[in-house]
Design a protein around this ligand. Sequence first.
Ligand code: PXP
Length: 243
Amino acid sequence: MSVTPLRLGVNIDHVATVRNARGGDYPDPVRAAELAAAAGADGITAHLREDRRHITDEDIRRLAEGLDIPLNLEMAATDEMLSIALRHTPHAACIVPEKREERTTEGGLDAAGGHNHLAPFVAELRNANIRVSLFIEPDPAQVEAAIHLGAPVVEFHTGRFAHLEGEAQAVELRRIADAAALAAKNGIEPHAGHGLTFDNVSPIAAIPQLAELNIGHFLIGEAIFTGLEASVKKMRELMDLAR
Ligand code: PXP
């Protein structure tokens, strides 16, 4: 079976979290994005949340204008976020579910139950040549829903996998692998992300159909100890080794 090249998207949200803890301008997520790119990131991911708890509108403007590598904007399916995406036309937009009270994106999008709400967002983003991705659970019903919505990309939520251990984790890994195979068979490019670390990335990176992993919180945390360049490089090496 052919193995797709695996890209690394570095999510820089939590550089902005640290900045916003004090207000002001530093640490600057755009500088982090440039460093990550120099260290081997293939893309930069940023989530503009409704409450602007980390990334701001100005960050998105600067990232969209200044980056030399593709920007993946994570966004909720709201009119406000759609108009921001259409204004900045990032390379990609990943539609995520969003609840104000959650600490992070806790589950995948209900692409099946939310078809009628999501369809115009997928269509408008596609019309603007933005590569649309749906952040879903590794569930065949969700992959089928993404097919019906005409999404060219899905990103599988690896949060459950990251929190499980032993046999339960192996079962979840098989679900992700099966969902990736189903997506690829139907012409959808599968990605994965959430909760990935040096310790758990290898079996995910070994799934041959996956084309991109989006990784943030761990890499930014690790950068405190080793620097961002080293943390991105090590993740890149682990991904390449697993391939
Ligand atoms: N992919 C998506 C769609 C996400 O929402 C997030 C978290 O913002 C990530 C990937 C990265 O997750 P983590 O920060 O846990 O690596």
